[in-house]
Design a protein around this ligand. Sequence first.
Ligand code: UDX
Ligand code: ADP
Length: 475
Amino acid sequence: MVSKEKYVVKKICCIGAGYVGGPSMAVMAEKCLDINITVVDISEERIKRWNDKNIDNLPVYEPELAEIILQRRNKNLFFTTNIKDSIKEADMIFISVNTPTKLEGFGAGFASDLTWVESSVREIAKYANGHTIIIEKSTVPVKTAKIIKTLLNSNKSEDSNCERTFSVLSSPEFLAEGSAIKDLRFPDRILIGGDDLDGIESLKILYKKWIPEEKILVTNLWSSELSKLVANAFLAQRISSINSISALCEVTGAKVNEISNSIGTDNRIGSKFLKPGPAFGGSCFQKDLLNLVYLCRYYGLEEVANYWENIITLNNWQRKRISKLIVEKLFNTVSLKKIVILGFSYKPNTNDTRESAAIYICQDLISNGAKLLIHDPQVSPIQIEEDLGIRQSNNIHDERKGSWMFIEDIKNAANQSDAIVILTEWEFYRQLDWRSITNIMRKPSWIFDSRSVLKPEDKKNTQVNYWEIGQGYDI
Ligand code: UDX
Ligand code: ADP
């Protein structure tokens, strides 16, 4: 007999202990003290780090995350690789696994790779017990819920005596990295898509513990799945729009920050997501745009596909534009020139580097022969090595063309450097003593500020050339 205590959820399992699964379950545990939450992952290394006594070793860096982990870990929040038991015991399962862009096969370069969603659903089919509510948290292509239902219904439980039923819902996560905890505690909205009213009610009851009911929107499954792609596409579109205008400002003498301010005061436009930069990064925007493009082409909507694809074209162009202008300003050669890179993560307050503009710009500069000294407050040298696909040199005086080294002391690195390139707007960089840093650079030297980090007073009475995104002329 399938036991089905209507609405009551006592045990939650989250499959995937990554940037979404980890923080979202931490906040769920903080807000639902009466519920046991187990986060599972196939990566032993990741789970080990979530359980590490040294809280600085958590695999995800997010402001305020460590404090919650310290409070809730091993009380009502557990991290384990024991997927079987966690699924077996759960009343509700969140799927928070990676869904990257497919690298090969049909749809390569566009479609999302559902390998990890499929493998987690197969595990659920094998081990689930009684009635289980399954929630898609990862961003997935429209109609994934249909695939999940088919997989669940066509795979038998490992226990032939076990009766089970499933309810499949979509509840995409809208958190942004770097502000994940704040976004999870005070979301703009929670979206629940599905047709099983009891399942929806159970999830609503959880969210209502800290989120006002009017912020919980219920839609059908497909609207919920598509909303996530569309939200990310619209946000990415704003960034490509302002980045395109930054280039126009630079040649006309207009100032992009003044334009953002002036158009942002129009209520219909709004002021957010109008900051130009070296191109958007992160695991979501490009992946979701590509997926949207794929979906439109699949349904024969070529013009719609081309429209959204252009957002990515512009983003790629912006990165290349910045690499090229750095080389041009340094007399068309960066060979053996010492260039300090400030910031490697795709945005501040995260150690995530996925699709970071820094990867592409650094690779361009290295392939042009530059010697890069890379700094980031949270990204590890091992991660940078993996992203660049180039081993770190072990000597700052390495005379080979095209090399890089991780640095901790920015002032020391700036000594006799030809340029400093700011790629991530960490607050720490705003606090640097720019006057003394610029003094010790090799002249003529350049600061390339792709994130508008420097204040006007930082630039006063210094002997360096400045390029600031969207600001037109050299000062
Ligand atoms: C994004 C969405 O914001 C979030 O809702 C979704 O759940 C996941 O994808 P995230 O990628 O973590 O979140 O960060 P976001 O703050 O959106 O920034 C993405 C990229 O855009 C970063 O590289 C950032 O530097 C860039 N960006 C953002 C700009 O260049 N200018 C802006 O004005 C805003
Ligand atoms: P996101 O940013 O969406 O959270 P991440 O890559 O940071 O993506 O995290 C996804 C996590 O899901 C990874 O740690 C990965 O090991 C885990 N994962 C993938 N497939 C499975 C699976 N079948 N069972 C358990 N964990 C999985």
